[in-house]
Design a protein around this ligand. Structure first.
Ligand SMILES: Nc1ncnc2c1ncn2[C@@H]1O[C@H](COP(=O)(O)OP(=O)(O)OP(=O)(O)O)[C@@H](O)[C@H]1O
Ligand SMILES: [Mg+2]
Length: 511
């Protein structure tokens, strides 16, 4: 049983108010559907001509000759030799069957064509052919088209408006070019960030978790269990689609992707004797919930200084930092559950030599006097488990000086994660490690980021690493941000002269 409710207007008439007979008049004739799975849709015992011709025999009174001519014309139109009209579906390849489905939909010259996943089962060459065909036919015949697809490249080239659906609801709607460049719902962004067509060099990480299963829909926002910015209030009701910007609607209780960190006009200099070193000379930075932003630049460009001013380890000479819209003063954002944390560049100075592992990891909780000692110990053990360190009494009581560089870096990550931060600043955390340890730690951290959904500022001068993990990139040069953008844009089409030079040096010898 299925119950259909709502309204579906076509040429001013609500189709759901019409009797079946009236709907049938419009089906194929006015609105036609190109089905997803050609093998299931095409009847194996009917010829191609019999199947393509069916809609015309229902809607028009044509002679056998006239209808044969129509079939020949439409097959020519979709680029399939009309001789195939006497063949049966199993004699055709997947790409050819897709053309048959298209011919079937076009034979009555509809005004609206609904195309359901036209290319999922096809190889790259056939996919391209279908894409070209749809583009040309649409221009030539002028039908409106609804394209249902999870192929982002296809959507970006073929459509002008896009809707993202999750769990039976539209969660974002806007102009395709704007949505793809700047998604405002966490689900849309998750889809785009997992698309290898856009991020050619990034490791593949999908949205963590599963969509809600069958049965009654969850209470509140269905995306909540997988969302990186959810809070308890998201459970109260299902968010409705609302305007969050001009020509953009989003269904999110937070009004779309939140900006977690905003830094404006940060300046910081050092005095060494008579000399003044302007380490950061007016930097602006923005990190949104759940995104990985790489801050790259050569040694001495001011990356660590900027990071330290963001978390308040160093006071800025000028400028302000905001965390979730509130000005950061007196370390409040680093002394809370769900705030921001930094993992320092040097693991040997990040953790005190003379402290035991357990004490180092739970110290941030001790500082804020979070819950009981027992609960702090448990939280510290969970954090150690998350970074795959042993939780034996022996290890918990080890002094940090006795740990290896890799272990120490993991302890530093566990310490940062113990307060369940929403933003982690990781400053060159793998630069002192050998390549194997570096790879393991970075994958570990990225995996944790994916699982817990925290946003991350990943600071490095290792461009190869930045390219593997980042969604966005900021390039720093002599204390200034000289270029910023999506990592796919920056790594493929850098614009600033300095970025070009930096990439040339990094990638020219090693690809
Ligand atoms: N405590 C300090 N006292 C004086 N000068 C400093 C201090 N820390 C950093 N600097 C100077 O500030 C500038 C920026 O240094 P910073 O450590 O921020 O660079 P970075 O981009 O993090 O470099 P790296 O990639 O080597 O870590 C450099 O010229 C550095 O010498
Ligand atoms: Mg540094």
């Amino acid at each position: 049983m299925c119950a259909l409710r709502g309204k579906f207007f076509f040429e001013g008439v609500n189709l759901l108010d019409l009797p079946e007979q009236e709907i049938r008049k419009r089906r194929w004739n006015k609105i036609a559907l190109v089905f997803q799975n050609s093998l299931e849709v095409l009847n194996p015992v009917l010829t191609i001509a019999e199947q393509i011709g069916e809609p015309i025999w229902t809607h028009e009174q044509l002679t056998a000759e006239e209808s044969d001519q129509r079939i020949i014309n439409v097959l020519n139109m979709v680029g399939l030799d009309p001789d195939w009209r006497t063949a049966y579906p199993h004699q055709l390849s997947g790409g050819m069957r897709q053309r048959v489905l298209l011919a079937m939909a076009l034979i009555c010259e509809p005004e609206l064509l609904i195309v359901d996943e036209p290319t999922t089962a096809l190889d790259a060459a056939s996919k391209n052919e279908i894409f070209q065909l749809l583009q040309n036919l649409q221009k030539q015949l002028g039908f409106a088209m609804i394209l249902i697809s999870h192929d982002v490249a296809f959507v970006s080239q073929l459509t002008s408006l896009v809707m993202t659906m999750y769990s039976g609801q539209v969660v974002e709607y806007g102009r395709t070019s704007d949505v793809l460049k700047n998604p405002m719902h966490c689900y849309t962004r998750g889809l785009l960030n997992s698309s290898p067509q856009f991020f050619k060099y990034k490791d593949l990480w999908g949205i963590s978790g599963e969509p809600p299963g069958e049965g009654s829909p969850p209470q509140g926002c269905p995306f909540k269990p997988r969302c990186c910015q959810s809070s308890e209030s998201c459970e109260e009701s299902r968010p409705e689609l609302r305007y969050v910007a001009l020509e953009r609607q989003v269904a999110c209780h937070k009004g779309g992707i939140e900006t977690f960190l905003k830094a404006e006009g940060i300046k910081r200099s050092y005095r060494v004797g008579q000399k003044v070193i302007e380490a950061v000379r007016g930097a602006d930075l923005e990190i949104r919930s759940g995104e990985v932003v790489a801050l790259v630049g050569e040694s001495g460009s001011g990356k660590s200084t900027l990071a330290h001013t963001l978390v308040g380890v160093l006071p800025a000479d000028e400028g302000s930092v905001f965390f979730r819209g509130k000005k950061v003063e007196n370390h409040w954002a680093t002394r809370m559950i769900g705030g921001m944390q930094i993992i320092f560049q040097d693991p040997f100075s990040a953790t005190s030599h003379r402290m035991q592992v357990l004490d180092v990891v739970k110290e941030p909780l001790d500082i804020i006097k979070w819950k009981s000692t027992e609960e702090r110990n448990e939280a510290a053990c969970r954090a150690l488990q998350a970074v795959r360190l042993p939780m034996t009494l022996d290890f918990l009581q080890r002094y940090c000086y006795s740990l290896s560089g890799g272990q120490r870096q993991r302890v530093a990550i566990a310490r940062a994660l113990v307060t369940k931060p929403n933003l982690v600043i990781a400053d060159e955390i793998t630069s002192m490690l050998d390549p194997s340890n570096q790879a393991n730690i970075l994958r570990e951290l990225k995996g944790l980021q994916n699982k817990f959904g925290f946003a991350m500022l990943y600071i490095t001068h290792e461009l190869h690493l930045a390219r593997k993990v980042s969604d966005k990139v900021y390039v720093m040069h002599e204390g200034e941000i000289v270029e910023k953008g999506s990592s796919s844009d920056i790594f493929e089409k850098p614009e600033h002269l300095y970025t070009k030079q930096l990439f040339k040096e990094a990638f020219s010898t090693s690809g």
